[in-house]
Design a protein around this ligand. Structure first.
Ligand code: S6P
Ligand code: ZN
Length: 191
């Protein structure tokens, strides 16, 4: 294992910007149009309004070695696609036995979780919420507010990311805008 030097990153709670980001990932609607329940509406937005930024990740990259603790911020922009709130792709950890901690920095969000055995859970997050993603739970975050939803994540370097399972099956639950509030409903197309 590498002996790294201690380091520090300043985090802007409102924008999620890191003073020292090793990488920035931008996910646009065109990257994940098929993940929204209303694919027709996603296609219409892309055709009529153009692409839009859904979320942005800035992180500190570390070697994929036991005991290294990567960390990053995620900023999800407000909005919805056919009533389904802007969200991350969502994933299981490739090593299912690896958990993660999320810490809310600003805005309002929902953390949707599910297991392969069929359990589901939703956790509301605001600034100051520390949410625990236990091993074996897939996780997706959703912006249910009118401002950016920003949170900080910390995980173990060997966790890895399995996006394929969610790309194939979707999430069991959808977070929809209903009368201006968030409603979590069953995904009729799951699986
Ligand atoms: C990493 C952690 C988060 C997400 C980020 C974007 O294990 O769960 O940092 O990577 O919120 O979501 P996604 O699903 O596109 O990786
Ligand atoms: Zn994760």
């Amino acid at each position: 294992m590498d002996l790294l030097q201690p380091s520090k990153t300043e985090v802007d709670f409102t924008t999620g910007r890191l003073s020292r980001a090793d990488y920035t990932i931008q996910r646009k609607l065109s990257d994940m149009a098929a993940m929204y329940a209303d694919r027709d509406e996603a296609a219409r937005i892309l055709a009529d309004e153009g692409d839009r930024l859904i979320y942005e990740v800035q992180g500190v990259e570390l070697p994929e070695q036991e005991g290294q603790i990567p960390h990053c911020t995620t900023r999800i922009l407000p909005g919805d696609v056919g009533g389904e709130f802007h969200m991350t792709k969502g994933h299981y950890h490739a090593r299912r036995e690896q958990g993660e901690v999320y810490f809310g920095l600003s805005g309002r969000g929902l953390l949707l979780l599910q297991t392969e055995a069929g359990a589901t859970s939703e956790i509301e997050m605001v600034a100051g919420s520390a949410a625990y993603v236990p091993p074996f739970w897939a996780h997706r975050t959703v912006n249910i507010g009118a401002e950016d939803f920003v949170f900080f994540s910390v995980w173990e370097a060997r966790a890895g990311h399995d996006y394929g399972t969610i790309e194939r099956d979707g999430f069991r639950k959808l977070a929809l805008r209903r009368d201006g509030e968030a409603a979590v409903v069953d995904n009729p197309r799951y699986g």
